[in-house]
Design a protein around this ligand. Structure first.
Ligand code: 9MR
Length: 603
């Protein structure tokens, strides 16, 4: 991507959050044109499809016009009945025959015109770069440099001081957890809050590293866009790929969270560090007045450390062998500690001042950590742990229906790496893992094929969950991996249809990525990017993904504005609707992974 975007302010549309639900039983969202397309654009390979919301039951005529309003193609829509995710009556249209690159195309159906879109190649390179810049923006313990992000987004370092100035360099434990202090500076802030959670940091850094590792194994993939000098990181020019520099910022933090030798539970990782009480909105990280506290070590956090440090060890080896050794040592120690304390489980109750990230089933964390340690070392202990896991070979357990992987279900991360990264499994064992990946991908592809919006997401009972957009993306990661492994275009097509959904081809006509598309989310829940609450503060930086529709309505604003919503309509671009509109590292990570994959298809 263009470094030109370095100083670009958030490209945001006018506020279109509009009044919703006034006086009606069901929310009346301002959804703009009924003709729904990917508002960023369609690559010249793959499908080009859209959806129109219409009471008509007979086919209609669609017309595609170029930027000058000249008709370039026309065809007939296909009635698709009632879309279950939204309750809308819809028809679909397919303009895949149009391959001529161009900007400002529109589709008109029944006199109603879509938002404009592009057809062309390399439409997703900028998104890869912006989605990754998200991580630098949200670094803790370092000033965010205006030379890299522009004036509006620059800020002083947060949580880089010692107590009593309430930083992370000398953090104490919650009462009863430990009687010493630790330097747990660095890492990324989780989300709209400024907590740092090992479980969620784990999947996020893993998916960033995997975006890079994919370029070492997938046919046609390009490592150059992750290379030194290519991303917005202060370490550019140090001879190491910029993506690994960003990952190291988090890895260093994760390793600091490991309980030191000689202390009770040595080798385990503290579950999280965050504010004692929730801070108000907005709060810039350096202005946080709350004491920070470490929470009890957990088996899940420990295995997140083991898995990611093992993966880091093999990726950093060519650039910094000493660091690779350190990572591997931390990973082995963490594995041994988790084996010794397999039931230190974090519950859902610990959610004052930060999220709980409770997880009472760690079979998936064991599987993931064993897989990464096995890939990096080839050793028998880890091989056995993989092959004897109750999850091994079970597609439904490795890749749950709702989301291929997620912070609470990480076994798939191990399976994807066993399937793609060279390792010591036998040919037969490897083929078995690959067929499990393909089986899971078949299911997500069938979800996409059945949806009028093409979304590869069909949670049980139809209810959309917190962070549904990340679940869509993680299903796309499984699909994309299956495409890398088999070359079957229906997997790739389902990925592209998922991207259409995320960028405007959906029941709300909403692009969920800031700065991308005419009707983009730009008021996501964040304590610094809080423009909606204070006009002096910026909107979320371009490339920030909103959590997306959540049937659960788990915050007061969503409860009020979205009462009675159909699943895919349970979203509002309001900063206080955090259960539908937050942003977080584990949602932006698969966004970066997928934009990289899509850009690679166009080489
Ligand atoms: O992503 C998490 C989601 O799966 C949970 O349902 C939800 C409620 O526990 O929490 C989400 O994670 C939030 C975390 O607890 C605190 N930081 C912001 C995260 C994203 O909303």
């Amino acid at each position: 991507m263009a470094l030109g975007a370095l100083t670009a302010p958030a490209a945001v549309a006018a506020d279109h959050s509009g009044p919703r639900g006034a006086g009606a039983d069901r929310p009346q969202a301002d959804t703009g044109s009924p003709v729904r397309v990917n508002q960023v654009g369609y690559p010249t390979h793959g499908p080009r499809k859209g959806t129109v919301v219409t009471p008509a039951t007979k086919p209609l005529t669609w017309t595609l016009r170029d930027a000058d309003g000249i008709e370039r193609a026309r065809g007939t829509t296909t009635p698709a009945g009632i879309d279950r995710s939204s309750g809308q009556r819809v028809q679909t249209f397919d303009f895949s025959e149009v391959t001529a690159a161009g900007k400002g195309y529109t589709i008109t159906v029944g006199g109603q015109k879509s938002e404009p879109f592009t057809i062309g190649d390399h439409l997703y390179g900028a998104l890869r770069s912006d989605a990754l810049a998200y991580f630098y923006h949200n670094r803790s313990g370092i000033k965010i440099d205006k030379k890299l992000v522009g004036d509006a987004y620059a800020r002083p370092a947060g949580h880089d001081k010692k107590a009593p100035l309430r930083g992370d360099t000398d953090a104490r434990c919650q009462k009863g957890v430990c009687d010493y202090r630790r330097d747990v500076a660095g890492g990324w802030y989780d989300a709209g809050d400024q907590g740092k959670y090992v479980v969620n940091g784990g999947i996020s850094v893993a998916q960033l590293m995997s975006a890079y590792e994919r370029t070492l194994t997938a046919p046609g993939a390009d490592a150059a866009p992750f290379g030194d000098g290519r991303l917005r990181v202060p370490e550019r020019g140090n001879g190491t790929p910029d993506l690994l520099d960003e990952a190291r910022w988090e890895m260093d933090f994760l390793m600091r969270m490991q309980v030191p030798k000689g202390k009770p539970l040595a080798g385990m990782a503290f579950h999280k560090v965050h504010d004692k009480q929730w801070t108000g909105m907005p709060t810039r990280p350096d202005q946080d007045k709350q004491p920070r506290e470490l929470h009890a070590p957990s088996t899940a956090a420990t295995l997140n450390l083991a898995a990611t440090a093992a993966q880091a060890a093999r990726l950093f080896r060519p650039y910094d062998a000493q660091y690779a050794d350190r990572c591997l040592e931390a990973a082995r120690t963490a594995w041994a500690a988790a084996k010794a304390h397999p039931r230190k489980l974090a519950g859902d109750g610990d959610s004052i001042g930060g999220g709980a990230y409770g997880d009472r089933d760690v079979r998936d964390e064991f599987y993931w950590a064993a897989s990464e340690l096995f890939i990096s070392t080839g050793e028998d202990t880890y091989r056995k742990a993989v092959l004897t896991s109750p999850l091994h070979g079970d597609a439904d357990a490795l890749f749950p229906r709702v989301s291929g992987v997620s912070w609470s279900s990480v076994a798939g991360l191990g399976a994807l790496d066993l399937a793609t990264v060279p390792n010591n499994l036998t040919g037969e064992q490897r083929a078995a893992v690959r067929s499990v990946v393909a089986k899971a991908a078949d299911r997500y592809a069938s979800f996409s094929a059945k949806s009028a919006y093409g979304v590869p997401y069909a949670p049980k009972g139809g209810k959309y969950e917190w962070g549904s957009n990340s679940q869509v993306l993680n299903n796309m990661v499984v699909l994309a991996t299956a495409h890398d492994l088999t070359g079957k275009t229906r997997y790739r097509d389902a990925v592209l249809r998922g991207m259409d959904y995320l960028l405007g081809g959906n029941p709300l006509n909403q692009s969920y990525v800031t700065g991308y598309g005419e009707r983009d989310s730009h008021n996501q829940h964040h304590r610094f990017w809080a423009h909606q609450l204070n006009a002096k503060l910026p909107h979320p930086a371009p490339g920030s993904l909103a959590g997306g529709p959540n049937s659960g309505l788990e915050d007061p604003v969503a409860k009020k504005k979205l009462k009675g919503c159909a699943p895919a309509m349970c979203y509002t671009d309001d900063i206080m609707a955090f259960s539908t509109n937050e942003i977080t590292i584990n949602w932006n990570a698969p966004l970066a992974w997928i934009s990289s994959y899509i850009d690679d298809q166009e080489r």
